[in-house]
Write a protein that binds this ligand. Sequence first.
Ligand SMILES: Cc1cc2nc3c(=O)[nH]c(=O)nc-3n(C[C@H](O)[C@H](O)[C@H](O)COP(=O)(O)O)c2cc1C
Length: 163
Amino acid sequence: MDAIEVIKTRRSIRSYEEKPVPKEILEDLIDCARLAPSGVNVQPCDFIVITDAETRLKIAEIADYGKFIAQAGACILVCAKRTKYYLEDGSAATQNILLAAKAHGLGSCWVAGDKKEYARKILDLVGAPDDYLLVSNIAVGYAAEEHHPRKRSLEEVIHWEKF
Ligand SMILES: Cc1cc2nc3c(=O)[nH]c(=O)nc-3n(C[C@H](O)[C@H](O)[C@H](O)COP(=O)(O)O)c2cc1C
């Protein structure tokens, strides 16, 4: 699958087969994440890969709209030091993970981290230092559903030269 097809076919997956994701693939997802663009190239992000079922269940219980994390093969926490562009940097890294997962034949879903009151609770659960923020909490695994959310059309969103 080429990059354009990966981008155009990725969708959030919220139902997973209870099947582990190979370690080499998880490692490659983080390799893709670390190569994302970063404001002033500060690279404030660290990535916590969680495969342990008990920890995933605890995270699923905390994340109000992320219950499916308990079912997915893995969950990746994208956390970042509080820098000027931490949210942009963490979001770019998150998107790289979602796309790399698709390229590896996996489903994924971005579960909110930043701005959620529960963010610190999840970081504490995995022992992240106090000066780190949770940007996202990504479910990754083998998809057990297809999803086709409505997308605004190209004609609706494109503007040439002026709004
Ligand atoms: C910042 C952000 C936070 C999100 N948080 C959640 C979440 O907590 N739970 C969830 O199921 N989906 C979450 N999503 C996924 C969106 O619901 C999803 O991207 C949107 O519905 C469009 O669907 P698509 O990803 O299949 O294109 C989040 C996405 C973003 C960008």
